[in-house]
Write a protein that binds this ligand. Structure first.
Ligand SMILES: Nc1ncnc2c1ncn2[C@@H]1O[C@H](COP(=O)(O)OP(=O)(O)OP(=O)(O)O)[C@@H](O)[C@H]1O
Ligand SMILES: [Mg+2]
Length: 247
């Protein structure tokens, strides 16, 4: 087991957003989280890398056991060093080039020399087919290109797990495929990931397991065919039939 959450709870004022999440992730697995808006999917990812602090719960990650409500500074840094997050809105540095956006973390996060960092960054850009854009600033790139650079930036750090939060939802429809293609490639290389997405065909084709999330709970988890073809929970059936997409 690479990562195991137990009874993760989080509330904002009276709003119980996460009601006791149990989730385990094995090395190499792609866990896809689907579920309605406002159900707590983003909050879950943010609790895993301490952008939010849980009210209670534990996380076992690699060989460490962490109390999510009282992480030490060292634990927070350690988790962040071994995880990466890809957001909906790319979050690239606007005043840095594509190459610098990727190499930065290698220099400042991992203490690599500028030369070595640039080499690794170029390799990462090449992998997503954007080496020719290395000197471009985010404003000179399409949303899809920015997001693929965001993915290259996350994975160049060689994280144990990558957390994706709706990485394609801000993109024009014709750009979605390129980003999903990069994500599939990563999955095929054995990268462990948790992906929140509304792209049901990606979930069906790439997920090792799909978790259906509603009202702060995981209502059911299973292989894609189990969830999509034989959902057990009425709420899952409702959600899937409300989606106007083939999957
Ligand atoms: N920092 C915050 N302060 C107060 N409430 C918050 C905060 N962050 C999230 N919430 C609330 O938590 C609930 C879950 O939000 P969250 O963003 O996790 O949902 P989601 O499943 O990611 O939705 P979507 O599919 O629309 O992205 C919402 O009711 C939201 O208003
Ligand atoms: Mg969200």
């Amino acid at each position: 087991m690479l990562l195991e959450l137990k009874q993760l709870k989080k509330q904002f004022k009276e709003n119980h957003v996460l009601k006791g999440i149990d989730l385990s992730v094995n090395k190499g697995e792609v866990i896809v989280i689907i579920g309605p808006s406002g159900s707590g999917k983003t909050t879950l990812l943010r609790n895993i890398n301490f952008l939010e602090t849980a009210d209670s719960g534990t996380m076992a990650f690699r060989d460490q056991q962490i109390d999510l409500s009282r992480p030490t500074k060292e634990q927070i840094l350690w988790v962040r060093r071994h995880t990466a997050m890809v957001f909906q809105n790319y979050n690239l540095f606007k005043n840095k080039t594509a190459l610098e956006n990727i190499s930065e973390g290698l220099v400042f996060g991992q203490g690599k020399s500028k030369l070595e960092a640039d080499e690794l960054a170029e390799k990462a850009l090449d992998q997503v087919g954007l080496l020719d854009k290395k000197g471009f600033y985010p404003s000179q790139l399409s949303g899809g290109q920015q997001q693929r650079i965001g993915i290259a930036r996350a994975t160049v750090l060689n994280p144990d797990i990558v957390l994706f939060d709706e990485p394609t939802s801000a993109l024009d429809p014709e750009l979605v495929g390129t980003v999903l293609h990069d994500m599939k490639q990563l999955a095929d290389q054995g990268q462990t990931m948790i992906v929140v997405t509304h792209q049901m065909s990606f979930a069906r084709n790439v997920a090792s397991r799909v978790a259906f999330f509603a009202d702060g709970e995981i209502l059911e988890t299973g292989r894609p065919d189990e969830i999509f073809d034989h959902p057990q929970h009425e709420r899952t059936q409702q959600f899937l039939s409300a989606i106007a997409e083939d999957y």
